[in-house]
Design a protein around this ligand. Structure first.
Ligand code: DMJ
Length: 643
């Protein structure tokens, strides 16, 4: 190693000591001795300097490593146990044999890099020998692995919460043989619907029972989310179809994925998926349902990012971008959609300990409370940008229906503590009775629709659910009008039964009129269809629970027989296009709500009241039972996670 900095020193000669003429001769020997001493001192200083410089000069071997870009791999850490010491993050060994060791190490790494390159080249050559499909399959497998890893991360356990009182989930067997047989028949119909979906539509949202393949509509987006599986789970459970339930659970566990680029209806996904998953969780206690419900709810939350907090009708599950239906009054959101989230969202907050869901729905309620209501009625449309009503149309059927239902059920689900919800319900029902409910010339009570300042004397199949709602809300009604509301429920049930009875197939049309001599009959061709809807049977069941009048079981049985006769095909059940035609054509759709609602309400109608008793369970608008939360108040303080 050269030490250029020291060269001038090493070449310098010491000047002779000039002691002048005055120097005495007897001092000559002493002076020579001091000279030697000084020379020795200078020499030793020189040696010390050389030795020090040896350590402080730059190490050329380190420069080489930087040039190769290998600084991180060569000596990545300090291992003082092996006699090294750290300097700037690199390992400095003793000189000499360390130099040798560095070279060896570099050589070893170069060899390793060479070997790795060669291996990669070999692998690439091997890959190229494979077909395009094989390569794609391998890539897909790798992708799946990553997705599974991400899923595992997503499936963090939720905080434990005390489960509400879950009674009456395995009961209901009737003693009466005739009723038992009817109940078994409904169970057989459920098996037929499920088995065919299992065979021909598995994983798709719904089934086309005639084409025998999967079916989907835009409300579920473009992805296969197994809507029928999720919607059917709790019906399978209460019917004791446990193998089928387990099949559904397995599919959900392995395949139900919400990280999809798909635009879905917030309302439909909430009532069918979140409601279905929560009910399946409460009935079976299987954590997977709760976890999936919470994951999905997280994907719906971006829909609330509007200037008012009134959610968009649709949201893209991946991007979180929301928008409204093009047909809804100048970009409005719909009352029955943003007003039908409360039950599920309260349960989500209860189960997760996260108030975000509860706050979202309470914000909607507060906003609605502040708004003026024409004639005390809630219009169907509300603009989420301006916070103003759209067209002044009011309906207890499509576009409005379940908003009123959820006001009543919010009160029931809170163990009757949410009196604010009950008051809103009572106010709304009073306005509806005053402005929308009329008696026809033939004495049939009907609920019309308010449109542009006048009453349209038309009632939808959807509106028929209101009979059950009036009966359910009778107890606890204002001014002790329980008898009145039970009577109103019975009148609506009767009218809706008439709408069935006046058809050829004994199945109800989509909408029917009370006008110009027409009573409870569809007039327009495009209102004559029946798509396996549940609302009329739903009302029969509530009326049965509250009155035990056998006519409701009789009417329910008539409907079940008509469905079995006219809607059953070998590949499942289908809707029909004209209930007044003796040779009906099929629409070729087995709706998921047929399994979730229609068959469940029929089964309950022929079960004892101890199956899902109404003091402990509240059914969401898709017939998914959620337990009453016996909380001290509506701020969910019963959940320890809130304290
Ligand atoms: C169901 O999805 C729900 O009952 C909803 O509230 C409205 N209608 C359909 C079935 O008709």
């Amino acid at each position: 190693m050269t030490t250029p900095a020291l060269l001038p020193l090493s070449g310098r000669r010491l000047p002779p000591l000039n002691l002048g003429a005055s120097a005495l001769p007897h001092h000559r020997a002493t002076l020579r001795l001091s000279e030697k001493f000084i020379l020795l001192l200078i020499l030793s200083a020189f040696i010390t300097l050389c030795f020090g410089a040896f350590f402080f000069l730059p190490d050329s071997s380190k420069h080489k490593r930087f040039d190769l870009g290998l600084e991180d791999v060569l000596i990545p850490h300090v291992d003082t146990s092996k006699g090294g010491k750290s300097l700037g993050g690199f390992l400095i060994h003793g000189q000499g044999h360390d130099e040798h060791r560095h070279r060896e190490e570099e050589e070893r790494l170069r060899n390793k890099i060479r070997a790795d390159h060669e291996k990669a080249l070999e692998e690439a050559k091997e890959k190229l020998k494979k077909s395009r499909d094989e390569i794609q399959a391998e890539i897909q497998t790798e992708k799946n692995k990553v997705v599974q890893e991400l899923k595992k991360k997503d499936s963090k356990p939720l905080p434990p919460v005390p489960l509400p009182n879950l009674i009456g989930i395995n009961s209901g067997e009737p003693a009466d043989l005739d009723i038992r047989e009817k109940r078994n028949k409904i169970k057989e119909m459920m098996k037929h619907a499920w088995d065919n979906y299992r065979q021909y539509g598995w994983g798709h949202n719904e089934l086309k029972p005639i084409a025998r393949k999967g079916h989907t509509t835009n409300i579920f987006g473009n992805s296969q989310m197994g809507a029928t599986i999720v919607d059917a789970l709790d019906t399978l459970y209460i019917m004791g179809l446990h193998d089928e339930f387990r099949e559904g659970q397995e599919w959900i566990d392995k395949n139900l994925d919400f990280s999809v680029n798909s635009e879905v209806s917030v309302f439909e996904v909430n009532i069918r998926f979140i409601g279905g998953l929560l009910a399946a969780y409460y009935l079976s206690g299987q954590e997977v349902f709760k976890i999936k419900a919470v994951q999905l709810a997280g994907k719906l939350l971006p829909a609330f990012n509007t200037p008012t907090g009134i959610p968009w009708a649709m949201v893209n599950l991946k991007s979180g971008v929301g928008r409204n239906w093009g047909w809804a009054s100048a970009g409005s959101s719909i009352l029955a959609e943003f007003g039908t989230l409360h039950m599920e969202f309260v349960h989500l907050s209860y189960l997760t300990g996260d108030p975000v869901y509860y706050n979202k729905v309470m914000h909607i309620r507060k906003l609605l409370q502040k708004m003026d209501r024409p004639n005390g009625l809630y219009p169907n449309y509300l603009n989420p940008r301006t916070g103003r009503w759209g067209q002044h149309h009011t309906s207890v059927g499509g576009l409005g229906d379940s908003f009123y239902e959820y006001l009543l059920k919010a009160w029931l689900m809170s163990d009757k503590m949410d009196t604010e919800a009950r008051k809103m319900y009572d106010d709304a029902i009073e306005a509806i009775e005053k402005h929308l409910i009329r008696k026809s010339n033939g004495g049939l009570t009907f609920i019309g629709e308010w449109k542009n300042g006048h009453l349209e004397r038309k009632m939808g199949h959807l509106t028929c659910f209101a009979g059950g709602m009036f009966a359910l809300g009778a107890d606890g009604s204002r001014d002790d009008k329980a008898g009145h509301y039970l009577q109103l429920g019975a009148e609506i049930a009767h009218t809706c039964h008439e709408s069935y009875d006046r058809t050829t197939l004994k199945l109800g049309p989509e909408a029917f009129k009370f006008d110009g001599g027409v009573e409870a009959v569809a007039v327009r061709q495009n209102e004559k269809y029946y798509i396996l809807r549940p609302e009329v049977i739903e009302t029969y069941w509530y009326m049965w629970r509250f009155t035990h009048d056998p006519k409701y079981r009789q009417w329910g049985w008539e409907a079940a027989q008509a469905i079995d006769k006219y809607c059953r095909v070998s590949g499942g059940f289908s809707g029909v296009k004209d209930v007044y035609s003796s040779s009906p054509t099929y629409d070729d759709v087995q709706q998921s709500f047929f399994l979730a609602e229609t068959l469940k309400y029929l089964y309950l109608l022929f079960s004892n009241d101890d199956l899902l008793p109404l003091d402990n369970w509240v059914f969401n608008t898709e017939a998914h039972p959620l337990p009453v939360l016996h909380l001290a108040n509506t701020t969910l303080s019963g959940n320890p996670a809130y304290r």
